[in-house]
Design a binder for this molecule. Structure first.
Ligand SMILES: C[S@@+](CC[C@H](N)C(=O)[O-])C[C@H]1O[C@@H](n2cnc3c(N)ncnc32)[C@H](O)[C@@H]1O
Ligand code: SF4
Ligand code: SF4
Length: 332
């Protein structure tokens, strides 16, 4: 169950990571032009088993973590993902499922009871989305899946990847989000060396796209981006990134790491989650030193970096207000 006390403790001055992002599945049925997951066929297909993930969750909870997100690959292509999420919910985690929605409509009922919020990828309208994701008919599946979730009062956020192929549909996507009664978060495609150079935003397209994101938000569209951080993305400004202080990734094979910018390009690696005591890791001087060093990283402009930019003193109230406005009030 959700525990306000545990949440307050997790956000306290100790600043241990409290967000656990897990690549629960490597397999994927899309061929997205900006992503490399589907191109990593040389990687061994060794996934953490369900009992191993449950042990990881037990340890993460004991270390004070409060949020568990599954992604990949495609989490809905793994049969036991709902059972894993059920375990996380029993421990009191806030759970997020990132999905390309290819199987969302058919599996929605299995996931809804164990998922706090669905992050559904949608990167353009109609054929634009299908083309950029290499999956004919995916747009229709995503819309049908979201409608199914909303019919069951599940909370949904669209994650919109802004890249050269999708920048033109930014406005139409906000209109669609409003019509579907869900919120939308715009993320710029980040460079994955050797994989997605052809679709990365040039400065001018990025500036125009995020100017439009800011305008849409000012007009009352359900845009979730934090305004100050949308300006950072638009202007390409440098920031002090505190994200590594708040989160940790677990790779599909159990490797713990801080951030990655493509295959074998992990910014910091911390061993195998089956052998690491998370609470002890977070308190290790070299872990803390690395997170301080990464303040100057500036290698990505992902909107999840919002949580780590600026001072928590004003940032949490602002984000809380944005959430209440768009995710609780709007998604009745
Ligand atoms: C890696 S996917 C995994 C979950 C699921 N397969 C999906 O597509 O939603 C998670 C999110 O990362 C985003 N993503 C993938 N490659 C990216 C990149 N190079 N830059 C920014 N976002 C990216 C996707 O658009 C998606 O919203
Ligand atoms: S973004 Fe998601 S759906 Fe697309 S290839 Fe990557 S993992 Fe698969
Ligand atoms: S800038 Fe991006 S890649 Fe670098 S530490 Fe921050 S979140 Fe990670």
């Amino acid at each position: 169950m959700f525990s306000p006390l545990a949440t307050l403790k997790a956000l306290s001055w100790r600043r241990r990571p409290f967000l656990l992002n897990h690549k629960i599945n490597i397999a994927c049925d899309c061929r997205c032009q900006f992503c490399n997951s589907w191109q990593l066929k040389e990687e061994p297909e060794e996934l953490l088993s369900r009992p191993e993930i449950e042990t990881l969750l037990d340890r993460a909870r004991a270390a004070g973590m409060i949020s568990y997100s599954v992604w990949g690959g495609e989490p809905l292509l793994r049969e036991d993902t709902p059972a894993v999420l059920a375990h996380a919910r029993r421990l009191g985690f806030f759970t997020t499922v990132s999905t390309n929605a290819s199987r969302l409509q058919e599996r929605a009922d299995e996931f809804i009871p164990h998922t706090s919020i669905f992050a559904v990828s949608l990167d353009g309208i109609g054929e634009t989305h299908d083309r950029v994701r290499g999956f004919p008919g995916l747009f229709d599946r995503a819309v049908a899946g979201i409608e199914r979730l909303r019919a069951n009062r599940a909370r949904v956020r669209i994650i919109y990847n802004v890249n050269l192929k999708t920048a033109a549909d930014v406005t139409a996507a906000a209109q669609l989000a409003r019509w579907l009664r869900v919120s939308i978060l715009y993320m710029p495609a980040i460079p994955l060396a050797g994989y997605n150079e052809a679709v990365l935003l040039d400065d001018e397209t990025r500036r125009r796209a995020f100017d439009e994101v800011l305008r849409l938000q000012a007009e009352g569209y359900p845009v979730l981006n934090l305004r100050s951080y949308a300006r950072v993305i638009r202007d390409g400004t440098s920031i002090a990134c505190h994200f590594p202080k708040y989160h940790i990734y677990v790779d599909f094979d159990g490797a713990l790491y801080t951030c990655d910018l493509g295959p074998r390009s992990k910014l910091a690696q911390w061993g195998d989650c089956r052998q690491v005591d998370l609470a002890a890791l977070f308190d290790r001087p070299e872990f803390r030193a690395k997170t301080r060093e990464l303040e100057r990283c500036n290698a990505c402009r992902m909107s999840c970096g919002e949580i780590g930019s600026g001072s928590p003193l004003w940032q949490f109230p602002v984000r809380a207000w944005t959430r209440v406005r768009h995710e609780l009030l709007f998604q009745k």
